[in-house]
Write a protein that binds this ligand. Structure first.
Ligand code: ADP
Length: 525
């Protein structure tokens, strides 16, 4: 039998394995239930395609992505590997050809859409076949803690537990926090997990703040013009913005196409193909676009607004630079965009408090990302449970403004938060907006009952613009002095915050202006 390395070289034409690939393959070949967590573009497909060729029998690959399945089957055919797919878009003839190839045991790989797993017929078929390995791709959607939980995908767990041939099991994903990882390990009885670094050295992460609708459009237009003939994705939060922005870019002479789930299937497929085959330079899309898009030369990913979670963000920017060449990811960050995401959460199908809280927590992490002055790449790796050195390339690493001592301002906010929480008599404090308002000396009518205006800290930052106070609070959250907890996202002071209050610790912040106090004194809040 050819070894894994020989199969890599002879069938796929690559000389050596990438990080993590050999380890995943070895674990699966040794019969261990294996979980592979590798960044997008890391080379996950080969980690099951090679075992599929080495093992007798058939490998079943479950993937939520129809487009990806077709893509992969075509690529495998080119490499001379017999693979088939069974999905709902096939006509009778295609279906019969696939079945024949399976029953004759010609096919080595079967790509199966998850909706097939619900049917008795599929089970009957699979139990007639010598299934040696089952692969669950994009496995993070199995976890409630993941960014894209799909309950229907749980059928995949039923499959691996009920197949008569007791196949080997492999699960793959690009993004999993430690929590998601632990969840998946328990759910799938994983025996060996391989996790490679989430860092993509060829990706430069940027963040642009303080832009409004108009200046965002200008920024994007200018950027794309300066990157002519390069392939890029612009993610926008709503269908409406996708359409408006596509129009603006097109009017500016940019070869752009729009993509969102509200378009007819055919137009959508056309848009995707036009982008993949370089007939269009830029695709403007909602997050419906891209999972499993295998385009290697995407040079930039721009986010017009804030995505709902760091996981979603990292997955989306991971579509840039899969070929390893320098690429950019730019987030146009406006705190007001958080409202759009909040609206999505409030109006989502899932109204259980657990789900709502989790989504709000994730959104808060995204707000922290916008407020932190830490290396952006490091912020992300820490989010995924890995800590890396500063990248030296991101917006924050390149920020050379002086760090100003803002300890006094920080103490004012923190002591107000302590008193507000105390006045409530419990652990959970009040939210960010009310904290900012009362620091300015304003108590909205509907909060008169709180009597917060009786606190000695009420109005401590009177005369300061609300946006500045909000941004200071965000910064204190991002740096870990304040915490956001509970169903109503109440603020509380962390142990680090307490040491600031005690004067044991200084707070510094890079900013163009001096402390809020100095601005108030200078009469220019
Ligand atoms: P993922 O599924 O992890 O996002 P893919 O499996 O699509 O990534 O692989 C990304 C690209 O890297 C593909 O073009 C693939 O052919 C290539 N690739 C994978 N493994 C290797 C390797 N060992 N050497 C060179 N190229 C590889």
């Amino acid at each position: 039998m050819a070894t894994a390395l020989e199969t890599l070289q002879q069938t796929f034409g690559y000389s050596s394995f990438r990080e993590g690939q050999a380890e995943i393959i070895d674990a699966v070949m040794a019969g261990q239930r294996t979980l592979g967590i590798m960044p997008t573009g890391g080379g996950k497909s080969l980690t099951y395609q090679i075992p599929a060729l080495m093992l007798d029998g058939i490998t079943v690959v479950i993937s939520p992505l129809l487009s990806l399945m077709k893509n992969q089957v075509d690529e495998l055919h080119e490499a001379g590997v017999p693979a088939v797919t069974l999905n709902s878009t096939q006509n009778d003839e295609e279906y019969r050809a696939a079945m024949n190839s399976l029953l004759n045991e010609e096919a080595k790989l079967l790509y199966l859409a998850p909706e097939r797993l619900g049917s008795e017929g599929t089970y009957a078929l699979l139990n007639r076949l010598p299934i040696s390995l089952v692969v669950i791709d994009e496995v993070h959607v199995l976890s409630q803690w993941g960014n894209d939980f799909r309950p229907s995908y749980l059928n995949a767990v039923g499959l691996i537990n009920n197949l008569e041939s007791a196949p080997r099991v492999m699960a793959l994903t690009a993004t999993a926090t430690e929590r998601v990882q632990a969840d998946l390990e328990a759910m799938l009885h994983i025996q060996h997990t391989v996790r490679t670094s989430v860092v993509r050295d060829n990706l430069t992460i940027r963040i642009e703040k303080g832009l409004n609708k108009r200046s965002k459009e200008d920024f994007i237009t200018k950027y794309i013009r300066e990157h002519r003939d390069e392939s890029g994705i612009v993610y926008a939060p709503t269908r409406k913005i996708v359409e408006a922005l596509t129009e603006t870019l097109t009017a500016a002479g940019i070869n752009a196409v729009g993509y969102h789930a509200g378009m007819p299937d055919q137009a959508r497929a056309q848009a995707q193909d036009d982008f993949i085959y370089d007939r269009r330079d830029v695709v403007v899309a909602t997050n419906a676009f891209g999972m499993g898009i295998n385009k290697s030369n995407v040079r930039f990913v721009i986010h017009y607004g804030i995505p709902g979670s760091v996981e979603a963000y990292y997955q989306e920017i991971g579509r840039a630079g899969r070929d390893g060449l320098p690429s950019e990811a730019i987030l146009l960050y406006a705190a007001a965009d958080l409202q759009t995401q909040r609206f999505f959460i409030d109006n989502s199908d899932n109204q259980t408090p657990e789900y709502q809280n989790l989504q709000k927590m994730k959104l808060q992490e995204m707000a922290n990302y916008g407020a932190t002055q830490m290396c952006l790449q490091r912020y992300i790796t820490r989010y995924f449970g890995e800590d890396t050195p500063d990248c030296g390339r991101c917006t924050n690493c390149l920020d050379n403004r002086d760090a100003v001592d803002i300890t006094t301002d920080a103490q004012k906010v923190l002591s107000h938060v302590v008193r507000m929480a105390k006045s409530r008599g419990g652990e959970n404090g009040f939210g960010k907006t009310l904290t900012a308002e009362t620091l300015r000396g304003k108590l909205p009518d509907k909060f008169q009952w709180t009597n917060l205006d009786q606190l000695p800290t009420f109005g401590l930052l009177q005369g300061t613009a609300r946006v500045h106070i909000m941004s200071l609070i965000d910064y204190l959250i991002a740096e870990g002095y304040l915490r956001v907890t509970g169903q109503y996202a109440g603020l509380t002071v962390s142990p680090e915050g307490v040491s600031v209050l005690k004067g044991e610790r200084q707070v510094k912040r890079r900013q163009d202006v001096r402390s809020i106090d100095d601005r108030v004194k200078a009469g220019s809040p």
